[in-house]
Design a protein around this ligand. Structure first.
Ligand SMILES: NC(=O)c1ccc[n+]([C@@H]2O[C@H](COP(=O)([O-])OP(=O)(O)OC[C@H]3O[C@@H](n4cnc5c(N)ncnc54)[C@H](OP(=O)(O)O)[C@@H]3O)[C@@H](O)[C@H]2O)c1
Length: 293
């Protein structure tokens, strides 16, 4: 099976590459080979490569910056899947489009099921929602939504918190983190396994078009920061941890509004993919063990 992977250098892209299953002929491309904002180049890449699947892990992911770069975010997050879908319709290939819990507004206060209507709060969520719609014009496409992605490499909350714990603890200062947004951290290695399953490696490329995948459990950013400190200390990545103080979203204004509750209901997708989820704290311990020292 030939798979064209975008976002090779991103955190999910790296995890997918480190877990290439047997029998997959992977063509992994980054920004240097393809500008995802250029729809015509995306179309041509598919017509040249003729993959069985495009696994579109590349994305404009700067949630706050998207508020002032809406056109670029839309071109990357919606234009690329639209171009892939159109070209794959011609070649007979399929598309796995990654998406986000930020397509929901968080107002319902209970986990979101895959088939629920979308209501993004910010530009990033709106562009990802448009990307889903574009992808799903291809009958063989799948959308896999996930949340709060982090891993041992790349730019993410976990690696930032490790740095901040060390710096704040050394300065004898507390670390203040938002406590009124609830979701679920998802490790890149568990997400990568779900992506490979979603394109039919091992089991079920058929089944629901929209899938939800996160690690198990729920957390606030505050809970996540506390756990990163405790488990970072246990893993030997930190010598000491900072005290973590809870903040409200109002105390920490950001350009993009974020959902206050964005848990994804994953049980039907777990069944469809034939995979169990790891609790986020267990996944965090595995990620911390893999952080380069
Ligand atoms: N991160 C999260 O918390 C999160 C949560 C839910 C869903 N998701 C979704 O999960 C997927 C994977 O995210 P991730 O965390 O792995 O993101 P990431 O680490 O930011 O990686 C995204 C990759 O896309 C590339 N990219 C951005 N603009 C591009 C362009 N115009 N042309 C070519 N490449 C471009 C980036 O390249 P550069 O490094 O050169 O910019 C980067 O390598 C995305 O669809 C994202 O929306 C992420």
């Amino acid at each position: 099976m030939k798979v064209l992977l975008t976002g090779r250098d991103g955190q999910l892209g790296q995890a997918l590459i480190s877990k290439i299953p047997a029998g997959v002929d992977l063509v992994a491309i980054g920004r240097a080979e393809l500008d995802l904002a250029d729809g015509e180049s995306c179309r041509r890449m598919v017509l040249d490569q003729r993959p069985d699947w495009v696994l579109n892990a590349g994305a404009y992911t700067a949630v706050d910056r998207a508020e002032s770069e809406a056109n670029l975010a839309m071109a990357v997050n919606a234009g690329a899947p639209a171009a892939f879908a159109a070209a794959l319709e011609q070649t007979g290939g399929r598309l796995l489009q990654l998406s986000t819990d930020f397509v929901f507004n968080g107002a319902q206060g209970s986990p979101y099921r895959p088939e629920q209507p979308l209501a993004p709060l910010g530009v990033y969520g709106a562009t990802k929602a448009a990307g889903e719609t574009a992808a799903l014009t291809l009958p063989g496409a799948r959308v896999l939504r996930t949340s709060w992605v982090y891993g041992p490499v790349g730019k993410n909350f976990c690696l930032t918190m490790l740095r901040l714990h060390a710096a704040k603890a050394a300065a004898g200062e507390p670390l203040a983190v938002v406590a009124d947004q609830v979701g679920c951290p998802t490790a890149t290695h568990t997400l990568a396994a779900a992506c490979w399953r979603a394109i039919g490696v091992g089991a079920g490329a058929d089944g629901p078009q929209i899938l939800h995948w996160s690690d198990a459990g729920a957390a606030s950013w505050y809970d996540f920061a506390v756990a990163i400190g405790e488990l970072g200390l246990a893993a030997g990545l930190l010598q000491q941890v900072a005290e973590v103080h809870p903040l409200t979203s109002a105390d920490y204004p950001t350009p993009a509004q974020r959902p206050s509750y964005s848990l994804l209901e994953c049980s039907s997708s777990r069944l469809a993919l034939g995979l169990e989820s790891l609790h986020w704290q267990a996944a965090l311990a595995e990620v911390l063990a893999a952080v380069p020292r």
